[in-house]
Design a protein around this ligand. Sequence first.
Ligand code: NAD
Ligand code: DAU
Length: 380
Amino acid sequence: MAYKRSIIVTGGAGFIGSHVVRLFVEKYPDYRIINVDKLTYAGNLANLKDIEDRPNYRFVKADICDFDAMLALMQEEQVDGVIHLAAESHVDRSIKDPFTFAKTNVLGTLSLLQAARLYWESLPEKYEGKRFYHISTDEVYGALEMTRPEGVEPPFSTKASSGSHHLAYGEEFFREDSKYQPHSPYSAAKASSDHFVRAFHDTYGMPVIVTNCSNNYGPYQFPEKLIPLFINNIRHRKPLPVYGRGENVRDWLYVEDHARAIDLIFHEGRVAETYNIGGFNEWKNIDLIRVLIATVDRLLGRLEGADEDLITYVADRAGHDLRYAIDSSKLQRELGWEPSLQFEEGIEKTVRWYLDHQDWLDNVTSGDYQKYYETMYTGR
Ligand code: NAD
Ligand code: DAU
């Protein structure tokens, strides 16, 4: 079958990437979706078990840093779109091993950009109809203060310029023109990759788009990140290591809402633009953790809140950013996107999913998931 579009999604075996791949494979049977993933510890093909046999889907195990492989794949598949999610994504790991983050996030992005450039520039129509979409993070903007209007206790309600209700711990938000001030090796590497993407537009005319999103939550997130780690620990009554005093604030977005935004922006976003994506939904870690405990306890038929004694304050993360909060009103105004789920609904769905998929969690925590590729794709 001749496909209408041929799109590489990098990092499609990871958390957000697997939701993006699933959405595109199901929604666009006339698109060919090529998932390029190195299958690091964070890549898990079991995340895509339900769509792995679809005729419009192909998995390629490859490292984005391998420029020759990326160029050959673009030529072979006549790729006209790249949605780039592959990255090292965990801040704590970046503190221990910054080199891996620079290599994958910076050099890997550069390798993909250069492969796309050489392939697209070799075609008679050049960049016409092409798109390189880079998925980035709000962490590149650094950290916000916790401020409040006179006489009002946070979290207070604000209205973004789009009119959306925003639960906020401060009066400032990350906007598309906020200054880049990354603090961790992870966010420094993501910031650098964002600059390379924009440089390829300004220097070579490549049609690029960058989006910077807030914290995602939902099914298939690797259980080193706060929400899945804590759900699993509460279930097994293990200590919950809260960094510092648990006062840090994050702006949470349900992962399928992020995937919907990516679909919309890939198709309708303006070239060379940046869009911020966020949940209008700020939570202090400690408050969020209490909601998780109450929800797990309720769903397991335990006394609600009975597991609060699992909360264990531990040494703070080095350089721990105090507050993230996204103003995504540009995206709402221009493309009409807004989060579809209320947080309470999203958390309930998420907790239920992890409790119902203990096998998925066990597979990941035992390391067995890393054998999936070998048995499924190489017959070994
Ligand atoms: P993840 O760690 O769950 O998945 C990353 C995927 O990339 C894995 O499948 C991994 O195998 C793959 N990968 C890593 N190095 C690779 C390489 N060299 N070559 C090919 N594949 C490689 O990450 P995630 O949380 O799904 O994040 C995806 C993207 O979204 C990242 O770019 C991240 O910076 C960005 N982001 C994440 C969040 C969040 O809250 N998780 C928020 C905003 C932006
Ligand atoms: O803002 C977007 C970013 O969100 C993404 O770019 C990153 O890829 C993603 O990992 C996430 O970064 P965070 O550092 O905010 O997420 P994490 O789940 O690691 O931590 C959330 C908050 O919880 C943070 O303030 C640190 C705290 N925390 C985390 C862990 C894992 C704890 O207190 N204890 C923990 O054990």
